[in-house]
Design a protein around this ligand. Structure first.
Ligand code: MMA
Ligand code: CA
Length: 226
């Protein structure tokens, strides 16, 4: 009876060893190595070449190029300063292109690129641009135009004039004006000379001047409100 039990245990042991050997063989076949079954074998053969990798990061900047035509350090210093100034000028020009010479008052926008000209030049410039010379109809518009004078530091032309009828001031659409902001003792046709055009001085006051005088050109454009 005892001998039979010993035999049974022995048989079970053999069965277990056999089945664990089978598991190891299966595991090795599937390439898995969670269960270690004896010492590892020799390395296999080299695999095939892999696919191309992703593009790498950009490299470091290169060395500075050869110096210019300078023969001494004074010249080199000037050259680098000039380069810096050129950069600053360009930035400033861009900035002023976008920020200088604009003003708004209700349904009008006033624009100037900073150029000056006589009355005829100013008139042509504004009409060619699809507008007309700045002509304030009230103190708010007068203020808006004045702000452009101050942005450029120049006295500007107004579109108001007495070219058609001396003594009667009209706007660019030939309407007789109702708002005025004359300086004291103006308009005066100074010393008997016909001053048929009008400037906006930097006090905000108006003075009649000869139409050949060169002043800052400011145009106005109507904004349609939708
Ligand atoms: C200038 C000119 C005139 C203006 C007088 C005022 C000397 O002439 O701007 O239009 O009336 O100054 O003194
Ligand atoms: Ca005058």
């Amino acid at each position: 009876m005892k001998a039979l039990r010993v035999f049974g245990v022995l048989l079970l042991h053999v069965a277990l060893v056999m089945s664990s050997t089978q598991i190891c063989q299966d595991v090795e076949k599937s390439g898995c190595s969670i269960i270690t079954c004896g010492a590892p074998g020799k390395d296999g053969e080299k695999g095939e070449k892999g696919e191309r990798g992703i593009i790498g990061l950009p490299g470091f900047p290169g060395h500075p190029g050869p110096p210019g035509d300078c023969k001494d350090s004074v010249c080199e210093d000037l050259q680098s300063k000039l380069k810096a100034l050129e950069g600053q000028l360009k930035a400033q020009q861009t900035e002023s292109f976008f920020f200088k010479g604009r003003a708004r008052s209700s349904d009008k926008i006033f624009l100037s690129d900073g150029d000056q000209g006589n009355f005829n030049e100013a008139k042509a410039r504004c009409t060619n641009a699809g507008g007309q010379m700045a002509s304030p109809r009230n103190s708010d518009e007068n203020k808006a135009i004045l702000s452009i004078n101050k942005q450029y530091g120049f006295v500007s032309y107004l579109g108001i004039n007495e070219l058609e009828t001396p003594g009667i001031y009209r706007d660019p659409s030939n309407e007789v004006i109702s708002y005025t902001n004359w300086k004291e003792n103006e308009p005066n046709n100074y010393q008997g000379i016909q001053e048929n055009c009008v400037e906006l001085q930097n006090t905000g006051k108006w003075n009649d001047i000869v139409c050949e005088a060169k002043r800052l050109i400011i145009c106005e454009f109507f904004i349609s409100r939708g």
